[in-house]
Design a protein around this ligand. Structure first.
Ligand SMILES: Nc1ncnc2c1ncn2[C@@H]1O[C@H](COP(=O)(O)OP(=O)(O)O)[C@@H](O)[C@H]1O
Ligand SMILES: [Mg+2]
Length: 1062
C-alpha cells in the first residue's frame, strides 16, 4: 500500500515516510505478534503489555511491506495480487525517489535519510538486496535515463562519492590509497559550507558504473570493518551524487547535491535497571546520531517559535545565519537564543543544508513490526514525528565554477574591447597592451582548463572502470573454476562481498601481506600465518597452524580437516566465512540460510546451548528463553573479541558469558527467567566482576576505541610492540572497575514451618548461577516469644489461620557457612550473607567474615509481626527467604544494611507486616493475586490434607459431644489436646520430610548437564538424573505413606478409645 497525505505542509517541510518490513527469522521463531497497523497514511502502534495503550501517528507516506507479497521467478518481492496493499521497492521509489530526482533536476539540493533500528530495513530501502534494488540504484537508473532523454538542451555531469562516518571519523570508501589515520577532515568554506577535504569524486556516465562503485565501496566498508573490528550498524553511510547541468542555450548552470544517507542503527543500549556504568557510554560512537536528534528536536522548536511569531504570540524572533548554505544556526526567541548544534558532530555538519537549510529533504523511517521491538519502534515513530516539523528553504543553485567561466568570459570581452579601442586610437603596442594580451591568454587558458577538467576526470575514471571491469570479469570467471570462501557479516548488507579463491596447490592464509602463495586477511586474532589450505585432486583441506584459532561448523579443529561445500569457517576471534566447493559440488541450494546467526547458533550449540529445533513451524519455545538465547549468540562473538583485545593489549583480563538463573533469587523459587551476565576475571589479582549485558556492550565499544587507537599508534610507530601492556588511566580504562562485593549464589529457606509455629533447622546448599555448589549454610527458623524465648511443642498450630490478627515472633539464625568455594580459591577473600524478609524495606547482612573456608556466622535476627495479616500468612506458606552469599574481595567495601527506614521493637526485633490490609491490597494487589495463583501444588496438597484431618477432627469432636451429652464431660475435654498434639506431631514429621523433598525438587530443577558434555557425559547425566528422580519419588512416597500410617494409627486409637466410651 502506498498512500500520500494531502499536501498539508508547505513544500519545503521535511517529508517523512514510514515503512514496516516483514518478520525476520528471529521474530518468527519467537512467535512474534505484529503490533503495527496502517490506515492510509496513519500508522498505529500497540503496546504489547497494555491493550489500552495505542499510539497513532500521521506521516506523508506510510508503506506496508509486512505481508501480502510473493517472490516472483526473478526473486523480486511483489504484491500477491495486483493492487494489493504490499508496498514493493518500485512503489517506494515512485513516491520518494522520483520526487528527489525531479528536485535535483530542477537544481535543488536533495537529501534522503533512512532512520531506524538495526535490522529494520534501512539498507533494504536505500540500497536493496539482489534483484530488489533500493532507492539509490533506482534513482541512478532514472537519473541517467533523464540525462539521455534531455541530451539536446543540456549537458550533464554526475560525480559520485561514498563515505562512511564511524566513531566521528570520515572514511572515503572509494579511496585507492591506504586509510588516513584519524580519517578525512571536514572543512568549512563560506560558499560551500561544510565539505570533506580530499574526498574522491568520481565522474559517472551510466548506472552500471554507479553500481560498480557502490560494490567497491561496500567491499571497502566490509574489509575496514573486520580489520578495525568495527560494527557496521554503528556507522553512517553517505552517498553523495553531484549533478551539474549546463544549459548552453540559456547559458545557465544548475548544480545540485543529492545526499543519500543510510544512518547508523538508532537503538540505544539501555543500561538495565538502576545500574549505570562508571564509565560514560561510548558516546563518540553515536555522537553523530545523538547530535542529529538534538538538531531535529531544536529545529522543531524553531518551527514552533516561527508559528508563534506569525500568530503574534511572541514579538521578537531573530534568526542568525551561520553560513550561506544553511538557513539556521542560532535562533533567538525573545531573549533566549536557541543554538542549533550542527557543529557538534561530523554527520550534522555534512547534513547542515538538509536540515533547516537549502535542501529538499525526505526521511524514511523503517520499523520492525514485532511486539519485541515495541520500544524501539515507538522511539523511531517519535523521531520521525519530530523530523516532519522541520522546514527547509531550498533554492536553485548556480554553480560557482560556471559563474567563474561567465565572469572570465565577460572580463575577456572587456579586455578585447579595451584593446580594440587602443588599436583604433592608433596607439602603439605599449607595455599596457602587452599586459592586456597576457591577461587575455591567461583567462582563455583558465576557461579551457575548467572545461577540460571534466573530460580529464572522465578519462581517468574510464581507466579505473576498465581495471574494475577486468577485476569483476576475472572474479566471475574464477568463481566458475575454483572453490572459494565467502565472508559472512553480522550486517546482511556486507555479507558475501569478499571472495577468497583457493586455487590448486598449497595456500597460506593469515596477515601475511606479501608472502607468495598466500591469502591475506585481517581481523582480530588472525595470526601472521594462521592456517594452510591445500587444494589437491579437487579436494580442499584446511590445516590450522600452531596457536591459531580455527573453527569448522561450530567445532574447534587442531588438525587437518577436509572441507565440504557450505562448511562454515571461523578464523581468529570472529572472521566468518562460508566455504563454497567446486562448481560440480554446488547444487541449487539456498545459501542465504547460512547467515551470521546460523554461525553463532552453531557455535553456541557446540557449547551445549541451543534451542530445540521445531519442524512443525509453530514454535513452542518460551519467548523469554529465546530472548536469552539470542542475547547469548549476540554476545558470544563480542566476548571472543573482547578476550582477543585484552590479550593483544596485555590487559590480563578474561571475559566469560554466564546464564544467570533468576529463579535463584525469586522468593517462590519459580523457574522464571534467565539473564546473561559476563564474568570478568583479572588473572593476576584474581579479582572478579560481574557485568550486565548493557555494561559489557558499553565497555566493548570503549575497548574497541582503545584498540583502534593502539593499532593506529602501532601503525605510525613500528617500534610499538604488541606485547607491551597498554596503560590507561583508571577513569578511561574499560577493562577496570573498582572491586565490589559479588553475588556468588543463593539458597532458599522455606518459611512454611513458621505458619505452624514449628522450628526448622536446615543445611542449605548455596548454588551459584550456573548450578555450582558455592557453600553449605546452616540455618534455623525459630518461632519464639516477644522476648526471644523459643516456643515449645504445645504451641504448634494445627490450623495456621489461627495466627491471623495475632502477634507473631520468629528468629532467623545463620550458624555457619561450610566449604566456601570463593575463599577456597583465594584465601584473602571474605563473605557475607544477605537476606530480605517479607516487606522489610532493606536487605539485611551478616557481618563480614574473612579468610576462613568454614566461617562461623552465629547471626541471629528476630522478626515481629504485631498483627499477622493474611498476606504475611500467604507469604509464609508459599515463600522462602532467599539467602544470598556475597563474596568480598580485598579492597572492596563490605555490605551494610541501612536501617533508617526500618522499624524495630524495643527488644530490637525487626517489625514486618506493617501495611494496612487495604493499603497492601492497593499497593501490591498484582503481586498478591499472583501469589495466590502461584501457590505451589504441594502446599495445596498439604492444605487438603489438613482439611481432611480437620473433618476427621470435627467428626471426632461430634462423637465427643455425644459422649459429653452422655454425661462424661471432663474426660472429653482432657482428650482433645492430646489428640491434637498427636496430629500435630504426625504433621510435623510429615512437614520435615516435605522440606527435604522440596530441597530434592530444587536440586532436580537445577540439575543441568555440564557445558562440555559429550555423548558419554550426557549419558552419565541422564543416569544421575534418573537416580535423583528415583530418590525424589521415594522420599515423597515415604513421607506421604508415613503420614497416612500415622493418621490411620491416630484415628484407630481414637476409634478404639471412643469404642471404650461408647
Ligand atoms: N521491506 C522489506 N522486505 C523484505 N525484506 C526486508 C525488508 N526490509 C528489510 N528486509 C530484510 O531484513 C533484513 C535487515 O534489513 P537491513 O535493510 O539490512 O536492515 P538495516 O540496514 O536497517 O540494519 C535484511 O535481510 C533484509 O533483506
Ligand atoms: Mg544496514
Amino acid at each position: 500500500m502506498r498512500a500520500k497525505a494531502s499536501d498539508m505542509h508547505s513544500k519545503d517541510c521535511v517529508k517523512v515516510a514510514v515503512r514496516v518490513r516483514p518478520f525476520n527469522k528471529r521474530e518468527r521463531d519467537a512467535g512474534s505478534r505484529c503490533i503495527i497497523s496502517l490506515v492510509s497514511t496513519s500508522i498505529s502502534i500497540q503496546d504489547p503489555r497494555d491493550c489500552h495503550n495505542r499510539r497513532s501517528f500521521c506521516f506523508d507516506y506510510a508503506y506496508w511491506s509486512h505481508s501480502g507479497f510473493t517472490r516472483d521467478q526473478t526473486g523480486l518481492f511483489v504484491p500477491e495480487e495486483p493492487g494489493g496493499r504490499y508496498a514493493d521497492q518500485h512503489s517506494v521509489f515512485q513516491d520518494l525517489g522520483v520526487g528527489i530526482l525531479e528536485n535535483a533536476l530542477q537544481g535543488y539540493n536533495a537529501t534522503l535519510l533512512a532512520y531506524g533500528q538495526t535490522g529494520s530495513g534501512k539498507s533494504y530501502s536505500m540500497v536493496g538486496y539482489g534483484p530488489n534494488k533500493g532507492l539509490v540504484p533506482k534513482l541512478c537508473d532514472r537519473l541517467f535515463e533523464a540525462i539521455r532523454e534531455n541530451q539536446e538542451n543540456r549537458q550533464c555531469q554526475v560525480f559520485f562519492s561514498m563515505l562512511e562516518i564511524y566513531n566521528e571519523q570520515v572514511v572515503d570508501l572509494l579511496s585507492r590509497g591506504s586509510r588516513t589515520a584519524g580519517g578525512l577532515r571536514v572543512r568549512e568554506e563560506l560558499q560551500r559550507g561544510f565539505y570533506v577535504e580530499g574526498l574522491r569524486k568520481i565522474p559517472c556516465e551510466n548506472a552500471l558504473q554507479v553500481e560498480q562503485l557502490m560494490e567497491q565501496g561496500t567491499r571497502t566498508r566490509t574489509t575496514a570493518a573486520t580489520q578495525m573490528n568495527a560494527n557496521s550498524s554503528r556507522s553512517h553511510m553517505l552517498i553523495i551524487l553531484q549533478l551539474k547541468q549546463i544549459f548552453s542555450k540559456e547559458s545557465i548552470t544548475k548544480q545540485s547535491n543529492i545526499n543519500l544517507v543510510d544512518l547508523a542503527g538508532s537503538e540505544r543500549q539501555r543500561s538495565s535497571g538502576s545500574e549505570a556504568d562508571r564509565l560514560k557510554e561510548g558516546t563518540a560512537i553515536n555522537l553523530s546520531l545523538t547530535t542529529l536528534g538534538n538538531v531535529i528536536r531544536l529545529l522543531r522548536f524553531v518551527w514552533f517559535a516561527l508559528f508563534l511569531h506569525v500568530a503574534g504570540s511572541i514579538s521578537f524572533l531573530h534568526i542568525r545565519s551561520c553560513s550561506p548554505s544553511s538557513a539556521l544556526a542560532d535562533v533567538a526567541v525573545g531573549k533566549k537564543v536557541v543554538h542549533i548544534p550542527y557543529r557538534d558532530s561530523v554527520l550534522t555538519k555534512l547534513l547542515q543544508s538538509a536540515l533547516g537549510g537549502n535542501s529538499r529533504t525526505v526521511m524514511i523511517a523503517t520499523l520492525s513490526p514485532a511486539d519485541i521491538c515495541y520500544e524501539e519502534s515507538l522511539s523511531t515513530l517519535r523521531y520521525a514525528e519530530r523530523a516532519k516539523r522541520i522546514q527547509n528553504r531550498a533554492v536553485v543553485n548556480e554553480s560557482p565554477t560556471e559563474r567563474l567561466v561567465k565572469e572570465l568570459k565577460a572580463e575577456n570581452a572587456r579586455l578585447l574591447q579595451k584593446l580594440s579601442r587602443m588599436d583604433q586610437e592608433g596607439r602603439r603596442a605599449t607595455d599596457e597592451s602587452k599586459e592586456l594580451r597576457q591577461l587575455l591568454t591567461q583567462n582563455e587558458l583558465q576557461i579551457r582548463a575548467i572545461q577540460t577538467l571534466w573530460e580529464q576526470h572522465l578519462q581517468e575514471a574510464l581507466k579505473d572502470w576498465e581495471q574494475q571491469y577486468a577485476n569483476i570479469t576475472q572474479e566471475r570467471r574464477m568463481m566458475q573454476m575454483y572453490p572459494y570462501i565467502l565472508n559472512i557479516n553480522e550486517d546482511a548488507q556486507l555479507s558475501g562481498v569478499v571472495k577468497l579463491f583457493i586455487q590448486e596447490g598449497e595456500w597460506g592464509i593469515g596477515l601475511c601481506d606479501s608472502a607468495p602463495r598466500s591469502i591475506s586477511i585481517k581481523g582480530l586474532g588472525i595470526q601472521e600465518h594462521h592456517a594452510v589450505f591445500r587444494n589437491e585432486q579437487r579436494r580442499v583441506t584446511l590445516t590450522p597452524l600452531t596457536g591459531s584459532k580455527v573453527i569448522v561448523n561450530g567445532n574447534a579443529v587442531y588438525e587437518t580437516a577436509e572441507l565440504q561445500h557450505l562448511d562454515r569457517l571461523i578464523l581468529g576471534s570472529n572472521c566468518t566465512y562460508l566455504f563454497v566447493g567446486y562448481p560440480s559440488e554446488r547444487g541449487g541450494e539456498d545459501w542465504s540460510r547460512y547467515d551470521y546467526d546460523y554461525f553463532q547458533s552453531e557455535l553456541a550449540a557446540a557449547e551445549g546451548i541451543h534451542l530445540s529445533e521445531s519442524n512443525t513451524g509453530c514454535s513452542q519455545t518460551d519467548p523469554s528463553l529465546l530472548a536469552v538465547f539470542y542475547d547469548y549468540i549476540q554476545l558470544m562473538p563480542m566476548v571472543a573479541e573482547a578476550n582477543q583485545i585484552s590479550q593483544e593489549l596485555s590487559k590480563g583480563v578474561e571475559f566469560k558469558l554466564e546464564i544467570k538463573n533468576l529463579a535463584l533469587s525469586d522468593s517462590r523459587g519459580h523457574d522464571l527467567q534467565k539473564d546473561i551476565v559476563v564474568r570478568v576475571t583479572a588473572a593476576g589479582s584474581k579479582q572478579v566482576w560481574m557485568w550486565s549485558k548493557a555494561k559489557f556492550v558499553n565497555r566493548k565499544f570503549l575497548m574497541e576505541e582503545v584498540y583502534q587507537q593502539f593499532k593506529a599508534a602501532q601503525h605510525e610507530d613500528n617500534r610499538v610492540e604488541g606485547l607491551l601492556a597498554v596503560v590507561l588511566p583508571r577513569d578511561k580504562d574499560p577493562f577496570w572497575d573498582p572491586v565490589e562485593p559479588l553475588l556468588l549464589g543463593t539458597t532458599h529457606l522455606w518459611l512454611q514451618s513458621l505458619a505452624f509455629r514449628i522450628p526448622l533447622e536446615e543445611q542449605l546448599e548455596v548454588l551459584g548461577s550456573e548450578g555450582t555448589e558455592e557453600a553449605i549454610l546452616q540455618a534455623q527458623l525459630v518461632p519464639c516469644t516477644s522476648t526471644g524465648l523459643p516456643l515449645g511443642e504445645d504451641d504448634i498450630l494445627i490450623d495456621p489461620s489461627e495466627v491471623l490478627g495475632r502477634r507473631l515472633d520468629f528468629q532467623l539464625v545463620l550458624d555457619q557457612c561450610c566449604g566456601v568455594r570463593w575463599i577456597r580459591e583465594a584465601r584473602n577473600r571474605g563473605i557475607q550473607i544477605g537476606f530480605r524478609v517479607f516487606d522489610c524495606s532493606e536487605p539485611l547482612y551478616t557481618p563480614a567474615v574473612w579468610h576462613n573456608i568454614n566461617p562461623l556466622l552465629d547471626h541471629r535476627v528476630q522478626f515481629t509481626s504485631l498483627q499477622t495479616s493474611q498476606r504475611l500468612l500467604d507469604y509464609l506458606q508459599s515463600s522462602a527467604v532467599v539467602l544470598e552469599l556475597w563474596g568480598l574481595q580485598e579492597g572492596c567495601s563490605v555490605l551494610s544494611s541501612s536501617l533508617g527506614a526500618v522499624r524495630m521493637t524495643a527488644e530490637g526485633a525487626f517489625i514486618i507486616d506493617l501495611l494496612h490490609p487495604s493499603q497492601a491490597a492497593l499497593s501490591d494487589s498484582a503481586e498478591l493475586s499472583c501469589s495466590v495463583r502461584a501457590l505451589q501444588q504441594d502446599v495445596e496438597e498439604l492444605k487438603s490434607l489438613n482439611e481432611s484431618l480437620r473433618k476427621e477432627n470435627h467428626s471426632l469432636r461430634e462423637q465427643l459431644n455425644a459422649v459429653k451429652n452422655g454425661g462424661d464431660g471432663a474426660r472429653g475435654r482432657s482428650l482433645r489436646p492430646s489428640c491434637d498434639a498427636e496430629f500435630a506431631r504426625a504433621l510435623k514429621v510429615f512437614y520435615h520430610s516435605m522440606t527435604s523433598v522440596r530441597g530434592q525438587l530444587q536440586r532436580l530443577r537445577r540439575h543441568r548437564p555440564s557445558e562440555e558434555s559429550d555423548l558419554l557425559g550426557l549419558r552419565l547425566f541422564v543416569d544421575e538424573q534418573s537416580r535423583l528422580l528415583r530418590d525424589f519419588s521415594e522420599q515423597l512416597e515415604d513421607g506421604v505413606s508415613t503420614l497416612k500410617q500415622d493418621v490411620a494409627a491416630i484415628v484407630r486409637r481414637k476409634r478404639e478409645r471412643s469404642g471404650i466410651w461408647s
